[in-house]
Design a protein around this ligand. Structure first.
Ligand code: PLP
Length: 406
């Protein structure tokens, strides 16, 4: 890796030369000719949606993550909504989740008319803390909790065994929001075959993209059937089955949505799946470079990896030791942006958003998540990053934090 800059180098925010001339985003897709070809073939075929590519993508995806079934959705958010429905959440029910996530994780509970209950995260991984979940469960007077929705923050699997046991003991389901964690491993298994339902997103910044898209993986055939109906208006058969059987008759058996993923998107997903292992390996390589480059920067805390876990590194969130800096997170963030490093912050805790504050004015406090939020900065992390990109990030972080060191 390149030599660290001297403390005297003028920051771009103060008129110095930026580390890069063009902004490096925090995440972006990588597409190749095979992806384009796969999409073009579908565009020339008979089925743009509800066709054969959907089942093919679902089967290959399920096999890849190690689940019996996978049901595709038009986005990760729609997939979460499907999972909340299949868990039986409805008015009067509750689901426990983490505040340190994208709002879609908690919103899916509200879509079903149920109530989200937040529990704080563990200080090392920033994932849902099982002891906080246990405390929250024991404080409930009636057993209205039907689901625990854990997030694999940044791609590090949540404490799935402990949370699974808590869910089982309370007759609830464990839904794993693995939108950051496709390909992550937990105690020797890929995420997807561990929780009752595991939800993935195929947004362009993720490990595999279909433009927009999502998936729910499960071993339970009845849950998979409920998910299939829910994403198809609540109708009991699929259009292609009817066409092939020469039948028009169908029945709507529950209130569902049109959350279908198109054949165009599934063809892209199938093509991208071929490169998933390579993409993951690159992300792991970048994470290792960052970790080793920042080990001597006293104001930077790199993400912890627990024993028995291999994260998928959707994000690379560092935490600032603000005590050692003469500037706050906002100034450091702005200084990095001025160096043309597309840093980001994941996340504003969900309960702090105006909608949640107004709807649930008496939410509790979540000190670990809130303290983390004040210090977090996500560095660029995507599998298409070149070695020069990685070095630019390292140089810019070192330049900025050294310049503000106390
Ligand atoms: C943790 C988490 N859950 C859910 C989602 C929603 O996924 P999508 O954008 O595919 O709807 C995201 C999106 O980034 C996410 O980060």
């Amino acid at each position: 890796m390149s030599a660290l800059p001297t403390k005297l180098e003028t920051l771009a925010i103060h008129g110095g030369m930026p580390v890069r001339t063009k902004l490096l985003p925090y995440g972006r897709q990588s597409l190749d000719d095979a992806d384009v070809q796969a999409v073009v073939e579908v565009l020339k075929s008979d089925w743009l949606t509800t066709g054969p590519k959907v089942g093919e993508f679902e089967e290959r995806f399920a096999a890849w993550v190690g689940a019996r079934h996978a049901v595709s959705f038009s986005s990760g958010t729609a997939a979460l909504h499907g999972a909340a429905f299949a868990a039986g959440l409805g008015p009067g029910d509750e689901a426990i989740t983490t505040p340190l996530t994208f709002c879609a994780t908690a919103n899916c509970i509200l879509y079903q008319g149920a109530t989200p209950v937040f529990a704080d995260v563990s200080a090392d991984t920033l994932n849902l803390d099982p002891s906080e979940v246990a405390r929250t469960l024991s404080a409930r007077t009636s057993s209205r909790v039907k689901a625990i929705i854990a997030v694999d923050y940044a791609g590090h699997p949540a404490a799935l065994d402990e949370l699974g046991e808590l869910a089982k003991a309370h007759d609830a389901l464990l839904i794993e929001d693995a939108c950051h964690a496709l390909g992550a491993e937990y105690r020797g298994k890929r995420v997807g075959g561990i929780a009752d339902m595991t939800v993935f997103s195929f947004h362009p910044v993720k490990h595999l993209t279909t433009g927009e898209g999502g998936m729910v993986a499960t071993d339970d055939a009845r849950v998979a059937e409920a998910l299939r109906r829910f994403r198809n208006h609540g109708i009991s058969s699929e259009a292609r089955e009817r066409q092939e059987a020469g039948q028009w008759f169908y029945e709507m058996v529950l209130l569902g949505f049109n959350y279908r993923l198109t054949d165009i998107a599934c063809a892209l997903g199938l093509s991208q799946l071929d490169r998933l292992a390579t993409n993951l390996a690159r992300r792991r390589e970048i994470a290792a470079h960052y970790k080793s480059a920042f080990r001597n920067l006293p104001s930077v805390v790199t993400p912890t990896v627990r024993d028995g876990v291999d994260p998928a590194w959707h994000l690379y969130p560092i935490r600032l030791r603000l005590e050692k800096l003469a500037a706050g997170r906002t100034e450091i963030f702005r200084a990095l942006r001025a160096e043309n490093i597309g840093v980001n912050v994941h996340y504003i805790p969900v309960h702090r958003h105006p909608y949640y504050r107004e709807r649930f004015p008496s939410q509790g406090s979540y000190p670990v998540a809130e303290d983390a939020y004040e210090r977090l900065i996500s560095l660029p992390m995507f599998h298409g990053m070149t070695d020069v990109d990685v070095e630019d990030v390292i140089r810019a972080v070192s330049k900025v934090v050294s310049s503000y060191a106390k």
